[in-house]
Design a protein around this ligand. Structure first.
Ligand code: ZN
Length: 338
């Protein structure tokens, strides 16, 4: 992918100005929702700072020795730190190795750069160890911490980094970018809405797999709601794939359900393609119950984002609470109609 994403332009220029003025700090904290390319930006910056002949915009040339090493993943002055396994923590011994790496003299005489992603996965000891590096950064070192959930980092760590905040771009910027990459399938506008305005998340739907997965979860969820699918079986299904994303969808549906409850023709939905289904679900519940379900879905998302919880049990409880018997649904429909 071209790493010069159009919605990064302003942030890029600001950092280049800091660099030109000799004010680039030792640590940056890149924050903002998933799917905006924060890691792409961090790597772009690292590659550019290591490049021997950056171009007029400050980007890497792509041809020098440093750029070739970077592309091969073997630049000796660059280190990328992430959890050893997906969903696990970044451990203290990993941070110690990082400190040793940053403490060495740069082999190519320029910066030594490390990217930590997702930085919110630092455990307590690892964060404390990192703090020492942030308090006394080795000369010529640059730390790039990337996270969608900065609140989970200790304040002591956050306060020693300069924040670089990313926001979803206006649709007028994101839709043309997306449209030039989407040949078939759902409309770019729909993809972008479902992805909460995050263009890379929207692009990830284009291969169809995640998009189909979402449709499948919609069908399964309806079966649970009408009592045709056992919540235990359904919970197993929800655990497949990216649980955090599955739960974000669930939250998005409930926000739309409330919008539909408040107005028969809400001007915007986060899931415009699901309007008929969501309209049906909205009729099955009074507004108060929908707010309760939204709260429960958000709690579920927060709990599952922390380690050490039994997500299966939490999901079973959530899905089990959603089941409504045919009789109560019919009587409630009558009640609301009457
Ligand atoms: Zn280069």
């Amino acid at each position: 992918m071209d790493e010069r994403l159009p919605w990064h332009a302003r942030r890029w220029r600001q950092l280049q100005e800091s660099l030109a003025a000799g004010r680039l700090p030792h640590a940056l904290l890149l924050t903002g929702p998933s799917g905006l390319g924060k890691l792409v930006f961090a790597r772009r910056l690292a590659r550019a700072l290591l490049c021997e002949r950056p171009d007029a915009e400050g980007d890497a040339c792509g041809r020098c020795r440093s750029c070739r090493l970077f592309q091969a993943g073997s630049h000796p002055d660059y280190s990328a730190l992430r959890p050893a396994e997906d969903g696990k923590v970044i451990r203290v011994d990993q941070v110690r190795e990082l400190r040793d790496f940053l403490g060495l003299t740069a082999q190519y005489g320029g910066y030594k750069i490390a990217v930590l992603e997702p930085a919110d996965r630092l455990n307590v000891n690892a964060a404390n160890s990192l703090l020492k590096t942030l308090e006394e950064p080795p000369g010529g070192s640059l730390l790039l911490l990337v996270t969608a959930q900065p609140a989970r980092l200790p304040v002591t760590v956050r306060s020693r980094c300069q924040g670089v905040r990313f926001e979803p771009p206006p649709p007028t910027d994101a839709i043309p970018w997306l449209a030039s990459r989407v040949a078939a399938g759902p409309e770019p506008r729909t993809l972008l809405d479902v992805a909460g305005g995050a263009p890379l998340a929207a692009l990830a739907y284009v291969d169809g797999e995640r998009w189909n997965r979402r449709r499948q979860l919609v069908e399964r969820y309806e079966q649970v709601l009408i009592g045709r699918l056992d919540p235990v079986r359904a919970a197993e299904d929800w655990l497949q794939g990216d649980l955090a994303e599955n739960l974000r969808w669930l939250i998005g549906w409930h926000i739309d359900l409330i919008r539909l409850k408040m107005s028969s023709e809400p001007p915007c939905l986060s899931n415009p393609d699901l309007r008929p289904v969501l309209r049906r679900w909205a009729e099955w519940r009074p507004p108060r119950a929908l707010f309760g379900r939204l709260d429960a879905a958000i709690r579920l998302h927060v709990l599952c984002a922390t380690t050490q919880v039994n997500a299966q049990l939490l999901l079973e409880a959530f899905l089990g609470d959603g089941v409504e018997s045919d009789e109560s649904r019919v009587s409630r429909t009558r009640f609301t109609e009457g």
